[in-house]
Unconditional design. Structure first.
Length: 159
């Protein structure tokens, strides 16, 4: 046999072996849900260390003494301070949140702010967005991220 013939036979044998191996599925896994179901079940159960449970996100113009938004709105004036309050529980203490503020359909970056969740029950983390001059009119978003993953977002408008 020539070298080319030997290589062709070896290649065909490898291809046949691969096809045979793919055809012999392990029947013990038949009927099981895909991995995405397992990942989804963690959202209602225990969170991994790289996840955070956000109980609420509100935007508004003012914060009360309890740390909650006291003047809740999603329609701001061009001169308003825009405040976002993230509510978590005591199990999230020490985790870092990133508030990413964006403008328009293209999500033009306005600001990013990082804060660590404090200890205590019913913890509220406050992010404030201010501007010396007037805000451009349009649609904005505040996106709350933890470890690079968006966990909550809120859309609002400046009129």
């Amino acid at each position: 046999m020539t070298t080319n013939t030997t290589r062709m036979i070896a290649g065909l044998s490898l291809a046949l072996f691969s096809l045979t191996a793919c055809g012999n599925k392990d029947k013990s896994n038949e009927g099981m849900a895909p991995d995405s179901t397992a990942a989804a079940s963690t959202s209602s159960g225990t969170l991994s260390a790289d996840e955070v449970d956000i109980e609420g996100l509100e935007v508004g113009r003012a914060v009360g003494s309890d740390g909650k938004i006291s003047d809740k709105t999603d329609d701001f004036r061009t001169t308003d301070e825009i405040i976002a309050v993230v509510e978590t529980n005591d199990k999230e203490a020490g985790k870092e949140l990133l508030a990413r503020w964006t403008f328009g359909d293209t999500d033009q970056m306005v600001s990013e702010q990082r804060q660590t969740i404090a200890m205590g029950t019913d913890v509220r983390t406050t992010f404030r967005l201010t501007k010396q001059s007037a805000w451009p009119v349009g649609t904005y978003h505040v996106r709350i991220l933890h470890n690079g993953k968006e966990v909550k977002s809120e859309q609002f408008t400046v009129k």
